[in-house]
Design a protein around this ligand. Sequence first.
Ligand code: ADP
Ligand code: MG
Length: 708
Amino acid sequence: NILGAEEQNHDDKNRNQRTEDDVTYTNKNDIKRLRESLPVYNVRSPLLQVIRENQVCVIIGETGSGKTTQLAQYLYEEGFCMSGKQIICTQPRRVAAMSVAKRVAQEMGVELGDKVGYVIRFEDKTSRNTQIKFMTDGILLRESLLDKNLDKYSCVIIDEAHERTLNTDVLLGLFKQLLSRRMDIKIIITSATINADKFSEFFGGAPQFKIPGRTYPVELIYSKHPVSDYVEAAVSTAMQIHMSSPVNSGDILIFMTGQEDIETTASEIRSKLLEVYSKKYQITRHDEINDVEVFPIYSALPADIQSKIFINFEGKKRKIIIATNIAETSLTIDGIRYVIDTGYSKLKVYNPRIGLDSLVVTPIAVANANQRSGRAGRTAAGTAYRLYTEGTLAEDMYIQPVPEIQRTNLSNITLLLKSLEINDILKFPFLDKPPTQSFISSLYELWFIGALSNKGELTTLGKAMTKFPLQPTLAKILLLSSKNGCSEEMLTIVSMLSIPQVFYRPKERETESDKARMRFFINESDHLTLLNVYSQWKANKFSKIWCTRNFLQYKSLKRVHEIRAQLKQLMDINKIPVVSSGKDWDIIRKTICSGFSHQSAKLVGLGKYIQLRTGMEVKLHPTSSLYGLGNLPKYVVYNELLMTGNQYICCVTTVDPFWLMDYGSLLFDIKRVKEINDQYSANIFHSYGYDDSSDDKKEIDLIEKKLQ
Ligand code: ADP
Ligand code: MG
């Protein structure tokens, strides 16, 4: 079995490298020397003085100056945990939270999860002993629901605040209100850019502390002409650098948009390398190449693989790292001398008019471009290859990126704020106000799924939904499934929906893997197909070999298993019964329909659907198991809308239109829409595209007549 062998190889390599990693960092003196060589070390005492004298302060420093790894340790050394309270440090990204916690544990010579730990969604690596805790900003936000005053904590470091994630922005708003209730708490905001004035002003003139940095000059090389294929351009630039400069002259960091582009780039570089090396050194296998290694890095990668990028090859081997914008500021990798910047990143963009979130490849802002180039000049002078023209930078790029709060769906946040009894959300202290239209649309969505009452107050269902770290709709189907007697199955489905992808589709074996996938198809529903995959894996004793044989990602399924266990625990804690529906899978589809009736579509032509709420034309995703039905079903609900040129609905379930009427009565009751419309805003009705004379209405009338 080729795949099995490959994986084996891979594992072996991991093991070797892990030992290398350990060897590099077990020496206490080495660690001490490294820590003392960081810029922040030189200003340790004035920095701590500012923190001691102020409730809030803003710390500014170049990437790599030691903010993330040192601050929490300094506070710990200064006795901020003496009172039994903990020091926490938030990160916008899961990857960073894990990797930094690991690093700090190493530096302190303690086991990860003991004195130093981390918490990310569905994974808690802390214990009763934990005193320094790294967590994502989303986790801290959820913790604020349970403990409004954050009484467990003495210091909160909001790291990477300049990233302006939605969660960080909301946290800062909450802190503004917390300060007077917790006079003893320290809030430390760190920011990599000069954009720190905003934070100071927000906290009534909080002092700024600048860590003097050292940077080396970076030569900027722009493309002469606009690049048509940035993956191809990045691959050839990387090859050029590698072939024309000695291996010990520095590592290469490529900024790509997301997982898919990163994997494509990695595999193309690998095959180009093999091509060149086989001509030059008569080698035939990739693992014979010993002076260069390609490292993809993105959040869905398992932690052990991610941490390999920190291995120090001491100039004997060149690293080519391909990363998302995580490498802009939150991870510092030493030894980078060449940066290749595609000029793009993947951003979540929300269209409140159609209620649609989509990931879009977007040009970066000038601030990001500078941050990216800067990565090449941390340890010595470097070069940044910008795969765009100088004109593009000047004319087409924003100066600063748009904060997430202004371009995202706010349903989650609205629900959280409502449960914190912050009722007039438009009056909440935001660093930058979100668009009113986004709020209205989130209120509407929450009302529609039953989380808010007609008066806009949190309902019992809405309150229950906040108990789960899930999107409101997923929380809802989980809760309803218990009432409907199928929560055992729904737990699996919701867990499966919480990970990126379980099916494995290697480039060379597409047909074979597609066939394997089809064997799991439950024709009525992609959700049930996912349930089927998990059930069969369970029946095969959660076997790894079975996964490989069936083109399933073992690591993803294992994660599903863990997520499921955690959700199950939450169900138990909240006394929500977990019951199985046995062979009755119709009730599962019905429950899914009840949660997703606002994401329903109707067949209108050959393979063509329209979204019932918006009238937008959508297509069934090519991987859907519904194609197995022969005739496509008339009505469906879907989990996600994907915009990739075409608008695809993904993870789709066939439903009975009568169910849609039962659960999504709104879609069929124009009068009620009008009531709500008056209540929330005069815009809603039109913005959702309701039109009494539309075909939908006719069809609805027909169904209504039939019912009478
Ligand atoms: P900042 O937060 O100011 O950008 P960091 O504290 O993240 O700086 O990094 C300080 C130093 O620690 C850098 O030289 C970086 O390379 C190193 N470092 C950080 N994380 C790791 C890790 N997981 N393994 C090895 N070195 C690390
Ligand atoms: Mg940092």
